[in-house]
Design a protein around this ligand. Structure first.
Ligand code: ZN
Length: 148
């Protein structure tokens, strides 16, 4: 099995069985995101402990990339503080937008999204959850769209 098969399996697995899926009771913040180009919609809920995300859940309807990306994101950011999340997102953005960017070993399973860089139209599917997370971190009650 080569790396591409492995990455595809991670995406399919997280699409079929999204982790941390469903509304979070007693959340401190939430935001909604929409990617009109593909029709992806999702809501992200957060619970904080100080500056850290103690719990995160999401719910939504979208393509396999948007669902898998959100599922992988919730696993990756739980327990991290805002500065660490911003730093992680910066590395994900490079992975998603620069074809042939070397996958950073520290990205773990998120590296599975690297194949998206070959399909520029799908990049917004993969980044929607991160924009939505950011809106929730900013305590913005407004819905975010990838087309603004
Ligand atoms: Zn999509």
């Amino acid at each position: 099995m080569d790396l591409k098969d492995l990455y595809r399996d991670v995406i399919l697995d997280h699409n079929r069985q999204p982790r941390n899926f469903g509304a979070l009771a007693h959340s401190d913040a939430h935001a909604e995101g929409h990617n009109p180009l593909c029709g992806d919609r999702l809501t992200v809920w957060l619970r904080f402990e100080g500056d850290r995300i103690a719990d995160i859940r999401f719910e939504g309807k979208g393509c396999a990339i948007s669902t898998a990306s959100a599922s992988l994101m919730t696993e990756a950011v739980k327990g991290r503080d805002k500065a660490a999340i911003k730093e992680l997102y910066d590395r994900i953005h490079v992975l998603l937008t620069e074809p042939h960017a070397a996958a950073d070993a520290s990205l773990g399973k998120l590296a599975a999204l690297g194949g998206v860089s070959e399909f520029p139209a799908r990049v917004k599917c993969a980044t929607l959850c991160w924009h939505t997370l950011n809106a929730a971190l900013e305590h913005s009650a407004d819905a975010v769209s990838t087309e603004e």
